[in-house]
Design a protein around this ligand. Structure first.
Ligand code: ATP
Ligand code: MG
Length: 568
C-alpha cells in the first residue's frame, strides 16, 4: 500500500477524555473514529487489525470443531421474555419497537436466539453435542462507556454456544474451550491468566475469565505468588483468616458503648482495646429486586471488606445500592450498633462464612449505644452463612497456603457452564438415552474481539505510540523515503516495494518532512521501518525496529533477502 493513498488521518493530539494509551493512539493514529458515546467506526488500519484478530479467533474456533453462524443484531423481545432476562438485564438492554409496535432487543449476547434456532430441531441425544458460534456486533447500553474500544456500547464479540446431553459432556467442551482460548491468546502474544469468575447476569455455575495483565485494567484479579490459583476479586477465595492477636475472652454481656456511628469499628476496637479481627461489622444495603426493594444487613469481621458481587449473589438481588440512614432506621435497625444477635424479627441478613462457630466476638446489640461482648456464633441457620468477604493482598491462598497478591487485568474472554437454565426456561428439550425428555445442558463462550484491538496496545506501547507484533500489525514494514525529491531514493524505494508483498508493506512516499513520516511510523507502530535516505549514496539503508527504535545500517544490495525474511 502506498501511504499517499491510505486513509489514516493521524493527529498530534487526542481528545481530553482519552486517558488510556490505547484510546489515545487508536484515535491519534486514525485506526478508529468516534461517532457517538461508546460508538466507533473502524478506519482502514483499525479494520486490518480487527480482521487479523478475528482470523486468529476463527481459525482456532473452526479447528476446535465449532461451526460459524451469524445471528441478527435485532432480536425478538418475546425470546427475552421467555428466558426471563427481559426484566433482569436492566438498562443495558436496548429495547425498541417497530412501526407496528412489535418489541425488539438489540442483542447484547445471543443465548435466547441460539436456543430458539435449535429448539424443536435438536431433539435427540444422538444430535449432541453441538457448538455454534458467531463473530458479530453486540449492543449494550453501558452506564459508563469509556476507554475507547475497551468499553464501547457497540462492540464485536465472538460468542459461541454449545449443547449437550449431560453435565459431563458440557464439562468436556468447557475444558476444550479453555484450551482453545489459551491457544488464541497465546497466538496473539498476550500475557494472560485464566481466573475463576463470578457468573453475573448470564447465570449458571462454573465460569472462567481470561484476563490480560495490564496496569490500566478495570478488573482486580487475585493471583497466588506460588501456585496456579487466580481468580477475579468478585469470586476470589482465601484460606480462613487467622490472627495472632489475643482474643477478648469474656462472658456474654451487653456494654454501654457510646461511640460515633461513623468509622464505628475503629472506635469499638479502641474502646475495648482489641484487634478489629474480633469485631463484627455490619454493612447495610438496599437490595433492588424486580418488584420490590429490601434493606439487607451483611455481617463480616471488622477487619474485612464486604465484596459487593458476593453480597448480591447471596441475596439474589438485581442490584445493591447504599441505604440511607432513614431507610436503615425505618427497617428497625440502628446504624453503628447493628449486629447479628437479636435482629428485628423480619430483618433479612447474611453472615460471612468465616464467622461460623467463632467465639469471643464483639458486635452491635441492635440498640443505640450498646454492644455485646463474648458473642459466640453458634445459633444461626446454615443458610445465613455465605462467602461475603473481599480477598486482600497478603491473604492466604486457598490451594497452596502461600500469600496472595492483587493485580490489574482486562477481561478478554469469558467461558460459562450455563447448565439447563436457558433450555429449561425456553422449553428446549431433547430425548435422552433412556427415552426421557429433558432440557439441554448448555455452555457459552465469549471473546471481546474489538476490545482486543485496544488490549493489544495496552499490552504493548511506549510514549510515542503503538508497538504491534507480527500477528496483529496492520503492516509489517514501513519504507520511508527520506527526501521524496531525491530521485535515487525514490527509485530505490519504489523498486524494493515492487518486489515485496504490498499487503504487508507500506511505502511512505508522501511529500512530507522526514521527521513527520518517522513520527507517523512511531505512532502507528509497524514492527519495522526502512529508511531510504542520504546513506544510499554510500550504498546503505537503515532498518529500524519499532520495539527498541534501534537503527541498523544495511548494505543496499543485502536488504531484499533480509526484508523477505522479516516479512515471512
Ligand atoms: P465486563 O465485565 O468487562 O463488562 P462482561 O463480563 O459483561 O464484561 P461478557 O458478557 O462476559 O462481558 O462478554 C464476553 C466478552 O465481551 C468479555 O470478556 C469482553 O471481552 C467483551 N465485552 C463485554 N462488554 C464489552 C464492552 N462494553 N465493550 C467491548 N467489549 C466488551
Ligand atoms: Mg464476563
Amino acid at each position: 500500500m502506498r501511504f499517499s493513498k491510505l486513509y489514516a488521518p493521524t493527529t498530534k493530539d487526542a481528545p481530553k477524555d482519552a486517558t488510556l494509551p490505547s484510546h489515545k493512539f487508536l484515535l491519534r493514529g486514525g485506526f478508529v473514529t468516534q461517532s457517538g458515546s461508546g460508538l466507533y467506526s473502524f478506519l482502514p488500519l483499525g479494520k486490518i487489525v480487527l480482521d487479523k484478530i478475528r482470523d486468529v479467533v476463527k481459525e482456532e474456533m473452526d479447528s476446535s470443531g465449532a461451526q460459524e453462524i451469524q445471528m441478527g443484531v435485532v432480536t425478538n423481545a418475546d425470546l427475552w421474555k421467555q428466558s426471563g432476562r427481559y426484566e433482569i438485564f436492566g438498562k443495558e438492554l436496548c429495547r425498541l419497537k417497530d412501526r407496528k409496535n412489535n418489541e425488539f432487543v438489540l442483542g447484547p449476547t445471543h443465548e435466547e436466539v441460539v436456543v430458539d434456532i435449535v429448539r424443536n430441531i435438536l431433539t435427540s441425544y444422538k444430535q449432541l453435542p453441538l457448538h455454534l458460534y458467531q463473530i458479530t456486533t453486540k449492543f449494550r447500553d453501558e452506564a459508563r462507556p469509556r476507554f475507547g474500544l475497551l468499553r464501547g456500547r457497540e462492540f464485536i464479540m465472538k460468542d459461541g454456544y454449545s449443547f449437550h446431553d449431560s453435565t459431563q459432556s458440557l464439562q468436556e467442551e468447557f475444558d476444550h474451550m479453555e484450551e482453545t482460548y489459551r491457544k488464541i491468546f497465546t497466538k496473539l502474544g498476550l500475557d494472560f491468566r485464566v481466573v475463576d469468575a463470578d457468573s453475573g447476569a448470564i447465570g449458571g455455575s462454573g465460569s472462567k475469565e481470561f484476563m490480560v495483565l495490564a496496569d490500566n485494567g478495570e478488573d482486580d484479579i487475585v493471583v497466588c505468588k506460588s501456585c496456579e490459583y487466580a481468580a477475579n476479586i468478585e469470586a476470589a477465595k482465601r484460606a480462613k483468616r487467622m490472627t495472632d492477636a489475643e482474643a477478648p475472652e469474656a462472658d456474654f454481656a451487653k456494654f454501654y458503648t457510646p461511640t460515633p456511628t461513623k468509622d464505628s469499628i475503629r472506635h469499638i476496637a479502641e474502646f475495648f482495646k482489641i484487634d478489629e479481627f474480633y469485631t463484627i461489622k455490619s454493612v447495610i444495603k438496599k437490595a433492588i429486586y424486580k418488584d420490590e426493594e429490601k434493606i439487607i444487613s451483611f455481617f463480616v469481621r471488622g477487619c474485612d471488606t464486604l465484596q459487593e458481587t458476593k453480597a448480591q449473589n447471596a441475596c439474589g438481588a438485581l442490584e445493591l445500592v447504599d441505604a440511607s440512614e432513614e431507610e436503615v432506621r425505618a427497617a428497625g435497625l440502628n446504624p453503628g450498633f447493628c449486629g447479628p444477635l437479636r435482629m428485628p424479627e423480619d430483618a433479612e441478613f447474611y453472615i460471612d462464612i468465616e464467622l461460623k462457630d467463632e467465639k469471643n466476638l464483639i458486635c452491635g446489640a441492635n440498640e443505640e449505644n450498646y454492644h455485646f461482648v463474648g458473642v459466640s456464633m453458634f445459633n444461626f441457620k446454615d443458610s445465613r452463612y455465605k462467602d461475603l468477604i473481599q480477598v486482600s493482598a497478603g491473604d492466604i491462598c486457598p490451594k497452596c497456603g502461600a500469600k496472595l497478591g492483587i493485580t490489574k487485568g482486562i477481561e478478554v474472554g469469558h467461558i460459562f457452564q450455563l447448565g439447563q437454565k436457558y433450555a429449561a426456561a425456553m422449553d428446549a428439550k431433547f430425548l435422552d438415552k433412556n427415552g426421557k425428555t429433558q432440557p439441554f445442558y448448555m455452555g457459552c463462550y465469549g471473546i471481546g474481539v474489538s476490545r482486543l484491538v485496544a488490549v493489544m496496545i495496552e499490552a504493548s506501547h511506549d510514549e510515542k505510540g503503538c508497538i504491534w507484533n507480527k500477528q496483529t500489525a496492520p503492516f509489517l514494514l514501513d519504507i520511508i523515503v527520506s527526501n521524496i525529491k531525491d530521485e535515487e531514493q525514490s527509485n530505490f524505494a519504489n523498486e524494493l516495494y515492487g518486489k515485496l508483498d504490498g499487503k504487508k508493506v507500506l511505502l511512505d512516499e508522501r511529500k512530507e518532512r522526514f521527521g513527520f513520516k518517522m513520527g507517523d511510523f512511531e505512532l502507528l507502530g509497524f514492527p519495522y521501518a526502512l529508511i531510504v535516505g542520504k546513506g544510499l549514496k554510500e550504498g546503505t539503508v537503515e532498518l529500524v525496529e519499532r520495539k527498541t527504535l534501534k537503527k541498523t545500517k544495511v548494505k543496499k544490495d543485502e536488504i531484499l533477502p533480509l526484508l523477505e525474511e522479516l516479512l515471512s
